[in-house]
Design a protein around this ligand. Structure first.
Ligand code: SAM
Length: 278
């Protein structure tokens, strides 16, 4: 077998850490999975325990009983540790970004994997993953905090990134831009003046501040109002399955990737005038 593409990195994981993204996946991709006879899903880089892969399997089986899930991990010891938990429809195997599975997967979840690579590498690995999915398939790549209360992720198809989603527990942040520390690798270094994602987070904070009074009815109402206000200026999803009040009330917000894409993907951001002049 050829050497898997990638490197072994820290294996941190935990029960329910990926609950938020799994909830989004079942809403956003349930129909896609049900459209196939034997839909194959890969959980790439599941870490030191099989647990988040098992949770993904159970959540997807609830919306698509025929789904098969394969956990792919680049660390042989982590594959050996997960194998005892295999069951019909759920298996674990050694591999990397080349996705060594029997047929092209319809869905790939890669969480807290690319953050440990360089920005340019992250773009290359996105391209490799995109070349490996089934036609019409999706990749969900993102990052979250240790216990999963702050998360962001990108939805990609074979042509490129399509959406960016922010998700948080309402008591896990003071203002929306606190989620910037969990941006995917391709955006984390772009939260600087002059980059679109920085402008978006600035506007998100403003909308959050303007709607502060609604906090008296709970942070949920405040988030919903901020999302509605943002949608007037940014391509925020406003209808199911990705947007609208049903998603916003979960502490989620999805918008078009194109609106936040880096100005020069893969290249470090240019210093802005105020940084240059200092
Ligand atoms: C921080 S853990 C994330 C675990 C789990 N996905 C989570 O979010 O809780 C990252 C895992 O990705 C694995 N990994 C890194 N690069 C990989 C690659 N190219 N292919 C497969 N696994 C990879 C690492 O070995 C590590 O176990």
């Amino acid at each position: 077998m050829a050497k898997p593409v990638g490197e072994i990195t820290r294996g941190t994981t935990g029960h329910n850490r990926l609950r938020r993204v799994d909830r989004w996946i079942t809403a956003a991709c349930g129909r896609l999975l049900r459209s196939a006879d034997r839909p194959l899903v890969v959980d790439l880089g599941y870490g030191a325990s099989h647990i988040t892969t098992l949770e993904l399997f159970e959540r997807l089986r609830a919306v698509c009983p025929s789904v098969e899930v394969v956990g792919v991990e680049i660390d042989p010891a982590r594959v050996a540790a997960a194998r005892p938990y295999e069951r019909p429809g759920l298996s674990f195997r050694l591999g990397g970004f080349e996705l060594p599975v029997g047929r092209p997967p319809l869905l790939v979840r890669a969480f807290n994997v690319l953050r440990q690579y360089g920005e340019a590498e992250a773009w290359e690995h996105w391209a490799l993953l995109r070349s490996r999915i089934a036609p019409g398939g999706m990749i969900v790549e993102g990052t979250c905090s240790e216990v999963g209360h702050r998360a962001t992720w990108v939805g990609l198809d074979e042509h490129g990134p399509r959406t960016l989603t922010f998700a948080a527990r309402f008591d896990a942040f003071d203002r929306p831009s606190d989620l910037a520390e969990r941006l995917p690798k391709t955006l984390i270094h772009r939260n600087v003046p002059g980059e679109p994602v920085h402008a978006f987070l600035r506007d998100f904070d403003r909308a959050w501040a303007v709607n502060a009074a609604l906090g008296a009815h709970g942070a949920r109402q405040r988030w919903i109002a901020a999302a509605r206000m943002l949608a007037a200026a940014w391509p925020v999803a406003v209808r199911p399955p990705l947007g609208g009040e049903g998603r916003w009330r979960l502490g989620e917000l999805t918008l078009d990737w194109a609106a936040v894409a880096p100005r020069n993907p893969g290249r470090p951001p240019e210093p802005t005038a105020d940084v240059r002049d200092r």
